[in-house]
Write a protein that binds this ligand. Structure first.
Ligand code: SAM
Length: 171
């Protein structure tokens, strides 16, 4: 199966046998819902700072957090962590997750430190992946960071029609 959409990619993670996953960068939880709808998960950890430090002009950022809590309150598979990506990673054991999906801060430095922090938590044969495999201006350099970290040979890219691509790497 060759994934063509983010939904396909979630189905692919299911086929890969993923049961324990983390999404870093959740926003309103739309992609988290896609993961929950398409993977037979035992646990999905949702990590997001929901902070005005990231969205200085958005006074509703706490409301978004409340909406996400409401959205998943009846789903026992979901655990929500309102904190910074690299701090959250410190709470996880080595090799404890089948996948980590990165979609938080998109600067070169953030993506590098997110990969560095979270890769340790992915089991051998598990998947580290993320959204927006492209570069847009100096503060949006996911592709450059992922290529720098892993080297071109290890990276798989799913070009999603009408959307920025998803990248994934097998640990
Ligand atoms: C692009 S949105 C996530 C969208 C979500 N993955 C989806 O597709 O439905 C990015 C999110 O990352 C969060 N974020 C940005 N930098 C972060 C950081 N350093 N630690 C934790 N969360 C962060 C923001 O609060 C924002 O909600």
């Amino acid at each position: 199966m060759k994934p063509k959409t983010r939904e396909d990619f979630a189905k692919f993670l299911d086929i890969w046998g993923c049961k324990y996953g983390v999404e870093v960068g959740v926003h309103k939880g739309d992609h988290a819902q896609t993961l929950l709808d398409n993977i037979e998960l035992k646990k999905l950890y949702l990590v997001d700072c929901w902070s005005r430090e990231v969205w200085p002009r958005n006074r509703n950022v706490n409301k978004i957090y409340d909406v996400v809590c409401m959205r998943f309150k009846d789903d026992e598979r979901v655990s929500i962590k309102k904190t910074w990506s690299t701090l959250a990673a410190e709470e996880y054991d080595n090799d404890c997750c089948d996948f980590v999906y990165l979609d938080a801060c998109h600067t070169f430095e953030c993506v590098m430190s997110d990969i560095l922090s979270w890769l340790r938590c992915v089991r051998k044969g598990g998947i580290i992946c993320g959204h927006d495999f492209c570069n847009k201006g100096k503060n949006y350099r996911v592709e450059e960071a992922v290529r720098t970290f892993f080297g071109a040979e290890r990276i798989h890219v799913i070009p999603v029609a009408g959307e920025d691509p998803t990248w994934w790497v097998i640990k």
